[in-house]
Structure formats: structure tokens, C-alpha cells
Design a protein around this ligand. Sequence first.
Ligand SMILES: [Zn+2]
Length: 163
Amino acid sequence: MSALPCYRWRLAPDGLATRRQLRALGLRPGGQDVAAQLERPRRRRGPLVAYLYRVDRAKPVRPMTPARTAALAAAMRARRTCPTCRTDAGYCIPRSLGMCVTCHDTPKPTEERGEEPAMDMDAYEQRQAELEQMHADYEAIDAAEYAQFNDEMDARDAQRNQH
Ligand SMILES: [Zn+2]
């Protein structure tokens, strides 16, 4: 680790950032090694060290895996699908209508014709609630992944600080 370039506090060159700074940019180190370190002198103690990463090698905080992409696409499709005519309206079905605008504006002979009954509002509300729960789950997963990632990085930094 002694081969690392070392900069005085606030004198790091452009293109390098700490984990916190990367996070503020919506980025994470992404498996790259530490590129340099910053040292902030402290009285009667060893300097405070912060590790720097290359911004150009950083990756987005939330990598879109194929599974996540598919799940989000399915969720969005469900939001656009009219519960009455069951077609993709191309826009999110307004909660206030509970159906696509075409269905809302068209008097429905559906029941009279004895066709498949329209999904009722309770079912629609329930599906919306499920979707919201799913989105909340994704947020929780992201938060948990980031917390775990941060713990791992803290452990690695602590290890480096022992040298
Ligand atoms: Zn419709």
C-alpha cells in the first residue's frame, strides 16, 4: 500500500474521489483498487487517511441486472394495463378512473353481452397495493445491498489502516 500516491487533504487531483464523493455522484468504486490516498494530519496521532478511487472507473450505484430490468418492465406494464379491457393503454392507468380513458368514455355493454365481467375496483386497488409493495421491496433490497457493500468497504479500509 506504500506505493499508493498520497495527497495532502484538499489537494487531490481531479478525477479521483472518495467513496462518499462517489456516492454523492450516484457512483460506487465498482471493484477497482484504491488509486491514491489522502492524508489529513492530526495532532499526536497518525494522519487520518481517506482512500481515493478513479471516477472514470466507477460504476452506477444501482446496476440493472436482467432480472431487475424484467421485473420493473413487468411492473410498468401492469400499471399501464387497463383492468377493464386488459390492453396496454400506453400510459399509467389513472387511479381516479380505474380504467383507461377509452373505457371510461365508452358506455360499456360488457355486462349485458354476458362477456367476461370487468375486474372490479377492489381487485384493481389490491393490484395497485401489490405493485406499491413490490416497489417498496425493491427500495429495501437496494438499501440492504448498499449497507452490505458499505460494511465490506469499511472493513477493507480498516484493514488497510492497520499497515
Ligand atoms: Zn380499457
